[in-house]
Design a protein around this ligand. Sequence first.
Ligand code: NAD
Length: 487
Amino acid sequence: MSEQKVAFPDGRGLFYGGKWHQPIEGKTVEVSNPATGEVICSIGEATAADVRPAVAAAEEGFRVWRDVKPMERAKILRELAAIVRANARELALIDATDGGNPINEMMGDAMGCAMIYEYCAGLVTEMKGVSVPQGPDAVSFSVREPYGVVACIAPFNHPLGFTVARAAAPLATGNTVVIKSPEQAPLSALRGAELFEGLLPPGVFNVLSGGRDFGAALVADPGVAMIALTGSVPTGRAIMRSAADSLKRVLLELGGKNAFIVFPDSDPDKVAQAMVSGMNYTWSGQSCGSISRAFLHADIHDAVLERIPALVAKYKPGIPTDPATTMGSLIDGNALARVKSYIASAHEEGARLVYGGEQPKDPALANGFFMLPTIFADVTMDMRIAREEIFGPVQSVLKWSDEEEMLRQVNQLEYGLTCAVWTRDIAKAHRIVSRVEAGYCWINDVSRHALGSPFGGYKQSGIGREECLEGLISFTQEKNVFINLNN
Ligand code: NAD
């Protein structure tokens, strides 16, 4: 099948207070297609000057939205879900064009976005407080209230999924949002603003495209009550430092360097398949949950590795809007340069290349930021590729035989996002999982998110949980009310 035509949003400015605005400083920025290098369009770029009016609009929206009855909010959220679903293909095409990920995967993101809105709509009545017995003359109870304006700061790897979809929980709980879309892939959030226009009161859902300086100014604004970041560990640290000045609440979903732990009683065919699919080569490994460190037991190591080349060969880098494409491009030239430098360091430090390590030769992809799936064996924990988040299609294979030492290596990094354990001995798997310092663990599976199950990091991979009831609750604060009935 051939490439498909993409309709880009008409809204190219900043959306706040229910209207489109031009950036106050009049700046524009070009948006490019990372698979072709072509400029797609120009959009308005927010700067620090745009923060105050946008946050003021969100504060005004909050005064209305916080009083909308929960079931009415739920009804509106279901309407938002329906409009996302009805426009899923178009949203997916936009993400495939400025984000570089294959259209089929981006369809999954769009449908997942609709599902999150429905899920959050179903939980509006669960923002419950407690009632503490006081005898007949008094009542003491608590209620959960929204914080106010939530700044949602998004990374580029699932543009719709980390902008429009991530707004569902704060909106369901009565907050308003100012979304800072990822600078590399801002278009689906703008289209989301267009689609939602008119369904929500003005100022409830606001979207601004801008760079890091704009993001820093946004999170520092005194009108922002809470910051929800999905991004890297250094950005998490910067945001927490900024939030400390006014003790803003933070929800941080950060990076990972996740372990895939394999015991020798596993089926090598299934392990090899999981090792490849869990690395998310489809979107060039650019996923926080990618299992970029594969710890294979010495007794199964060779059997798994010999199966890998045939499996990764199925990931064919291609133009992301073509439905036949099974692997997209990296997001930009910086990402490609970073990935290349890690590959060079792996060679220098003595790792053994099993597959890839170079850009595809297809001339049709020459202007894109593509890198083949790349797997290194004989990796040790002193190598950079084993210790640092590459956020690209580079997987390290580490051979182990001593369980204690393997666990020490698994846990020795500052990251603690996901982990996958493979063994048919479920008691052993459970024991290993209890020793792993990571927030989301799979046993005999990889990658899968189960809506309703808390997703988030241990250690420096994050603070707080999403995709679950606790996630919604974290966008509320508890107020206790004590009533003396003897007045
Ligand atoms: P990034 O941290 O560079 O940028 C994320 C967002 O933060 C961008 O919109 C950026 O403009 C903004 N930003 C940067 N500095 C800022 C500051 N000082 N103040 C306010 N905003 C600021 O991350 P990225 O390169 O876009 O995305 C990749 C990273 O995101 C990886 O580390 C990946 O693991 C992580 N990630 C985590 C999850 C998760 O759920 N845990 C999901 C996806 C991505």
